[in-house]
Ligand binder design. Structure first.
Ligand code: TXA
Ligand code: MG
Length: 351
């Protein structure tokens, strides 16, 4: 299959909408990351999404709709809290888990009686959903387990020849995936931190449960792999150092020097100011942007990880980020991408 790269002209978007209606797969930009879209109510299109990504059938998909008024199309009921959250934050990077309408194929929800839904705010995603005229199931448009795509080039690097088209709408503005909130529990459960911070959610609805305890789904063996360890992963080894910045940087430098002495190629991924401190080291390097601006770090994270990975270092080093606001999602993604997490002791700088 030849994958078309489409521009964002009305004619191209109309064509992409027609492809979706006919059950073909089209990748498109959202405000978070690129999605791999397929007709959510067409079982064959849904099956094709899993095949194109190499995604296991037990990892459910998010259904994308144009507006909250379409929610009854895919949700059997709308929990009052979900209604309030949707009114406040849709369109936007928030995915709500609600009871599944029987018209949504079980293949979309991986057998669950709940469905994940969101209204993306990206203008191209909005135009495409309107052109398609159907709910669109869309996971991130990467090979399963790989780093999520924030540009059309990233999508093609993973899926060229496996999907009908990709709409090239430039780099995505937020850069990490949506926040996933289960509104079928009381209080609601944060399943994946993302583009909308936990603080923003609790401001509106009060208590939100964190996912420390196994959920009812997990107790029944229905764990969603997307929510598990090792995900969003680069191809090469990534070590993540966690602890106080000064000790972490000292340890990262020591490990780099040790690896270089053994003839290994090293890649370093750090906030701008900290990367500058490593200027004397002969390594591959990528900046995450200023420490003071998590929004910039989010926008750059996946592209920086891919860029470093493409230079094929034997080992990549990075550090844990601060947990406030968007930082919670950034920390989550880095931890899942890491092959090793090394907690640096505050006193001695030793593991
Ligand atoms: O920002 C985003 O959410 C992007 C864009 C394209 O919208 N999409 C995305 O999809 O990240 P995906 O498939 O890569 O991640 C969806 C996550 C997975 O971790 C999946 O397990 C979880 O949502 N999920 C989907 N339906 C669920 C359900 N019914 N119950 C629990 N978790 C669910
Ligand atoms: Mg994904």
């Amino acid at each position: 299959m030849h994958t078309k790269r489409l521009d964002t002209s009305p004619a191209a978007i109309a064509m992409a909408g027609e492809l979706l209606r006919r059950g073909k797969l089209v990748a498109f930009p959202t405000e978070t990351v690129y999605g791999l879209g397929g007709h959510a109510l067409d079982e064959r299109a849904v099956a094709a999404i899993f095949t194109a990504k190499g995604r296991p059938a037990n990892d459910p998909l998010i259904v994308h709709i144009t507006a909250v008024t379409d929610l009854p199309l895919v949700a059997a009921t709308v929990p009052p809290l979900a209604g309030r959250l949707a009114a406040a934050y849709w369109p936007g990077p928030l995915t709500l888990i609600v009871p599944r309408h029987p018209r949504v194929p079980l293949a979309v929800t991986a057998g669950r009686e709940t469905v994940a839904v969101r209204v993306p705010s990206h203008p191209i995603a909005q135009e495409l959903l309107r052109a398609a005229g159907v709910p669109v199931a869309a996971p991130s448009a990467n090979r399963f387990g790989h780093t999520s795509p924030t540009t059309a080039d990233h999508v093609l690097a993973d899926l060229d020849g496996r999907i009908a088209a990709v709409i090239d709408g430039g780099a995505t503005p937020i850069g990490i995936e949506s926040t996933v909130l289960d509104c079928t529990t009381d209080p609601p459960t944060l399943l994946r931190p993302g583009g909308i911070s936990l603080e923003t959610l609790t401001d509106l609805i009060g208590e939100v449960q964190l996912r420390s305890q196994p959920t009812a789904d997990e107790a029944h063996g229905l764990t969603a792999p997307g929510l598990l360890e090792r995900h969003y992963a680069p191809d090469h080894e990534l070590w993540l150092f966690s602890g106080k910045p000064a000790q972490v940087l000292a340890r990262l430098r020591a490990e780099t020097e040790a690896a270089l002495a053994r003839g290994l190629r090293v890649g370093i991924l750090l906030p701008e100011e900290e990367l500058a401190l490593m200027h004397d080291l002969p390594v591959e390097r990528e900046s995450l942007g200023p420490t003071s601006d998590p929004a910039i770090i989010a926008r750059r994270l996946y592209a920086a990880l891919r860029a470093l990975d493409e230079r094929r270092p034997d080992r990549m080093f990075t550090r844990d980020l601060d947990e406030a606001g968007l930082g919670r999602a950034l920390r989550d993604r880095l931890r899942r991408a890491a092959t090793r997490v090394i907690v640096v002791d505050e006193e001695t700088g030793k593991q």
